[in-house]
Design a protein around this ligand. Structure first.
Ligand SMILES: *Cc1c(COP(=O)(O)O)cnc(C)c1O
Length: 376
């Protein structure tokens, strides 16, 4: 990983000795994941969902890399994310705002070439009003609620919207919807939503469909439309629960040891003394805690690794540190400044998520700002 040197985006370098944690982001693996997903949906195209700072990995880095690998459609959730991303991308890349058009953003969207996903009749009126005022056609995606009850035009607004669409003023780039259970290949909700999406397409003839998220891509061709919207799979998360993960890991996390100690049997460890040693033990305190995105629910459950050896988290996860039991390692193996693996070959995103009682998405998007980020 670049021998202790951090390369920034301008090609400059910074020495990175002494960080508390090292978050490795493998842009090569990201690009290979993109190409795998693009091949899976071909001849449809693959977009990239880069909301929440590309699931915590850096939207600028991710978008730039994927643009170089042919991606031209980028989805963020919030308008402010589009504002930041838009200037980093060439004009032939489209930036879409999934959460839709909020009052007050119309001007900036039109001016900066940000494409709203229109989620309601109200948003349609605001956007087509803007188009009229500017005397030009404006682009939009149209999202429909096919059974998730979260975002999108509800069924009872479809007929009215169809009339407005055919009246012109807005260039509808695609009809879209989002799958609520795509990570569960057995769920009948997938087929229900797909059928509903077919009805939508029939009511808006001649328009393209953008449908599958990561999980949807692996539900098969019928879910692809012309444009798929993977997020988590790009970043190495499993697209389908309970199946072997076909994606390459993108993220690694190593955290520094800040202190070690040997303690006798019966020693209390951490806040609330929720752990008491059952015998003599060697402990290490590592420099990351729940403020760095390692959830407090890992208390007494998760682990770190060193030389392939599992080092269980003992006691409660603190804000800035975690204590692990290193008794299974040879004495002296871990000292001040050594690093242990939190995400890597021994323990993936899905493992940490399971131990924390959450999903890979939440672990990724929570990875904190105090780690030294190493893009390679
Ligand atoms: C987040 C999101 C995606 C990406 O979902 P993944 O499960 O991460 O692939 C796609 N579409 C919409 C509307 C989303 O909100």
């Amino acid at each position: 990983m670049d021998g202790g040197i951090l390369r920034d985006r301008t090609g400059g370098t910074t020495v990175i000795d002494g960080a508390s944690g090292y978050l490795g982001i493998d842009l090569g693996a990201l690009a290979r994941n993109y190409e795998k997903l693009a091949a899976e949906v071909a001849p449809a195209r693959a977009a990239a969902v880069v909301k929440a700072d590309a699931y915590g990995l850096g939207a600028g880095w991710v978008a730039e890399k994927l643009y170089a690998h042919g991606c031209r459609h980028f989805f963020v959730a919030q308008f402010v994310e589009a504002l930041r991303l838009r200037p980093l991308l060439a004009a032939d890349a489209a930036v879409f705002v999934l959460n839709g058009l909020q009052p007050g953003n119309e001007n900036a969207c039109a001016r900066d070439n940000i494409v709203p996903v229109v989620n309601s009749l109200e948003q349609w009126h605001a956007w087509s009003g803007m188009a009229k005022a500017l005397g030009r056609t404006l682009p939009a995606g149209l999202q429909f609620d096919t059974g998730m009850s979260r975002l999108g035009v509800p069924p009872e607004e479809r007929a009215a919207l169809a009339g407005l669409v055919s009246a012109g003023g807005i260039d509808v780039l695609f009809l879209m919807s989002h799958l609520a259970s795509a990570d569960d290949a057995q769920s009948e909700q997938n087929e229900d939503q797909r059928t509903e999406m077919e009805r939508v397409a029939a009511e808006f003839p001649g328009l393209d469909v953008c449908f599958a998220n990561s999980g949807g891509i692996f539900l098969g061709k019928a879910y692809h439309g012309v444009l798929a919207r993977p997020g988590i799979a790009l970043y190495g998360g499993a697209p389908t629960a309970g199946r072997a993960n076909p994606m390459e890991p993108v993220v690694s996390l190593d955290v520094a040891v800040v202190q070690t100690r040997s303690v006798p049997s019966g020693t209390r460890v951490g806040y609330g003394a929720s752990h008491v040693t059952a015998g003599p033990a060697r402990l290490a305190t590592i420099a990351a805690g729940y403020a760095d995105g390692l959830p407090r629910s890992l208390s007494g459950r998760g682990a770190a690794y060193c030389d392939g050896v599992r080092l269980p988290i003992v006691g409660r996860v603190s804000m800035d540190s975690i204590t692990i039991d290193i008794s299974a390692l040879p004495e002296g193996r871990l000292t001040l400044g050594s690093r242990v693996e939190i995400l890597g070959p021994n323990q993936g995103l899905e493992d940490v998520a399971r131990d924390a009682g959450t999903i890979a998405y939440e672990i990724l998007t929570g990875l904190g700002q105090r780690y030294r980020r190493q893009y390679r």
